[in-house]
Structures are given as structure tokens and as C-alpha cells.
Design a protein around this ligand. Structure first.
Ligand SMILES: [Fe+2]
Length: 305
């Protein structure tokens, strides 16, 4: 355990199977104080009044002796890390309102969430069930959600992705999968491919509520260190010729077969935040169960300049 200061308001440890992922634990005193100091605002208030979302972030940071925001920003923008798992004591016993407010405080400590067209809000809640009629793999429980980056089909920068597990029942399997771009064994091969920087067409299905196409390469502009960044998802890429199709096909197979994919079982109430262009994320298939339910919350946004 590596304390932030001599009397840490929260703890910071490394995930046992990857030094890249930092685990931040907020103790009961922090959560109790956060709930008490934000009780005057319900979820509707923070949906209707954007500046209140920053008030949540400020309150949480103050409770954490103004060290949490600094710590989170350092982790999430670090090329070698770029991911943290935030958890807190008794996290399964908190209300959904608490989950939404806490996740909003976290997102507003590192950046500004984009409008999520699927929900019409700055965040989206969605449920994975035994049956569904979704038009993408997002809510198809028995099909893996293959490794991808978010925001491939929108115009806004999508620097970070926040994923929170709100609740689940009879959920067996469905673990989160992660792969850091620098751990991808075939990175050099694909990064130096002759069409790695060719603009591809990206388009989402109707449920995403984004009508237009966008165009960008699979390897977007390099980061501040001059290193590669990915913006890829198999479902929403629309190749315009056989060469593009073969590139996408081989790239996806390479990602899915990589030996360095991490699989994480996330407890209810935990919040996973990743740098969207350093990490690919996905989800394993669930084991079939008629009562399967998992509810998730996501926020996607851009860092502060
Ligand atoms: Fe995603």
C-alpha cells in the first residue's frame, strides 16, 4: 500500500495482475461526508443544472484534502497507467442516487462528460438481461463485447470512459476485459501498416441516436509523447474496399487473441475509469441464466485543457 501522504484520506494500491491499474479506496468517513454534504441535491437537480456536477466534484475533493482530483488526473493521463478502479467501503449498500452523484464527482474531477445521445443526458444507465432486442452487442449478454475504444462514431473527443456497476443478479461471467495498447503484441505491425492512417468511415446503429457518419483513421493522432493512440470498434467501422475490410478483420483477431488481455471481476458499486485511447475495453459473455440482470452506468468525456 502506498499512502498519498502521511495521513492519507484515501488509499492507493496497484492491481495485483497489472501495475498499470491503480486501485483507489475511499473509506466510510469520506462517503458519509460526501452523502451528507450533497444531500440537498437529488439526481434530477444535477441532471438539470450542470454547474452542480462540478459542486459534487469540489465537495468530494475537499473531503479528500484536495488530493483526490490531482491524483486521479495524474493516473488517467499517464501513458504507462491510464486506468484506475475506484472502490469504497460498503459500496454495495449505497443508493443509486449515491452511485450517480459519486460517479459524477469522479468524472468532473478529471474532465467534462460528453452528451450521451443514447440516453439524452451526460451519463447513461442501461441493463443487460437474459433477452434483448438491442441493435449492437452492448446489451447482448451471451455474445462477448469485443475489445474496442468508445466514441468512434461521434465528433467529440472521447478521452476517458467511466464505467460503474450499479447492480446485478444471477450474473455469472460477463467479466470486463482490458488491453493496454502498449501491451498489444502486434501493435508495431498494425501501426506501421500502410492504411493505419487512412480515414475510415464510422457509423452507429439507430439505438445510439447519432445520425451522421464520421471519418478518422484507426490510429488517430499520436499522444504528447509521439506514441500511437487507437480509436477502433469492429461493429461501427464501414470499410469502403476489401483492403480496409481485411485490415479491420486481422486487427480485431489480433486484439482478441492477445496474451496480455486482462479479465476483471468488478464488484457492485465499483467505478472503472480508463484513458480511452491507451486502453481497449470489452466484456466476456455471460453464462445463460433466465434471471440474469446487470445494470451499468457510463460517462464518457474529454479532459480539461
Ligand atoms: Fe465501450
Amino acid at each position: 500500500m502506498t499512502p498519498i501522504s502521511e495521513t492519507p484520506p484515501f488509499t492507493l494500491t496497484e492491481y495485483s495482475r497489472s501495475q498499470r491499474i491503480q486501485i483507489i479506496t475511499l473509506n466510510n468517513e469520506i462517503i458519509t461526508a460526501f452523502n451528507q454534504q450533497t444531500t440537498q441535491w437529488n439526481v434530477q437537480a444535477i441532471e438539470f443544472t450542470p454547474f452542480l456536477r462540478f459542486m459534487l466534484a469540489t465537495i468530494l475533493d475537499n473531503i479528500c484534502e484536495n488530493q483526490l482530483g490531482y491524483c486521479l488526473k495524474n493516473i488517467i493521463t499517464s501513458r504507462n497507467k491510464g486506468a484506475f478502479l475506484l472502490q469504497f467501503e460498503q459500496q454495495e449498500n449505497q443508493s443509486v442516487d449515491c452511485y450517480i452523484k459519486l460517479s459524477t464527482a469522479i468524472s468532473h474531477l478529471i474532465g467534462l462528460p460528453n452528451f450521451d445521445a443514447m440516453s439524452g443526458k451526460f451519463y447513461a444507465r442501461f441493463i443487460i438481461n437474459h433477452t434483448d432486442n438491442d441493435d449492437s452487442y452492448l446489451r447482448k449478454a451471451y455474445h462477448p463485447l469485443t475489445l474496442h475504444n468508445d466514441g468512434t462514431y461521434v465528433d467529440e473527443n472521447t478521452d476517458f470512459v467511466l464505467m460503474m456497476k450499479i447492480g446485478e443478479q444471477d450474473a455469472i461471467g460477463g467479466d470486463s476485459t482490458l488491453l493496454h495498447i502498449d501491451d498489444w503484441q502486434a501493435l508495431k505491425h498494425f501501426y506501421h501498416h500502410k492504411i493505419a492512417k487512412t480515414p475510415f468511415q464510422w457509423q452507429s446503429p439507430p439505438s445510439k441516436q447519432v445520425q451522421h457518419n464520421v471519418f478518422h483513421p484507426v490510429f488517430i493522432d499520436e499522444d504528447k509523447h509521439g506514441k500511437p493512440q487507437l480509436s477502433f470498434i469492429d461493429q461501427f467501422a464501414y470499410p469502403q474496399n476489401k483492403e480496409q475490410a481485411l485490415f479491420l478483420y486481422q486487427l480485431q483477431i489480433s486484439l482478441e487473441q492477445d496474451e496480455n488481455i486482462l479479465s476483471l471481476t468488478l464488484p457492485v458499486g465499483s467505478i472503472l475509469v480508463i484513458h480511452n485511447h491507451y486502453w481497449l475495453h470489452g466484456r466476456d459473455a455471460f453464462t445463460p441464466h433466465i434471471a440474469l440482470t446487470r445494470e451499468l452506468l457510463r460517462q464518457r468525456g474529454r479532459f480539461f485543457n
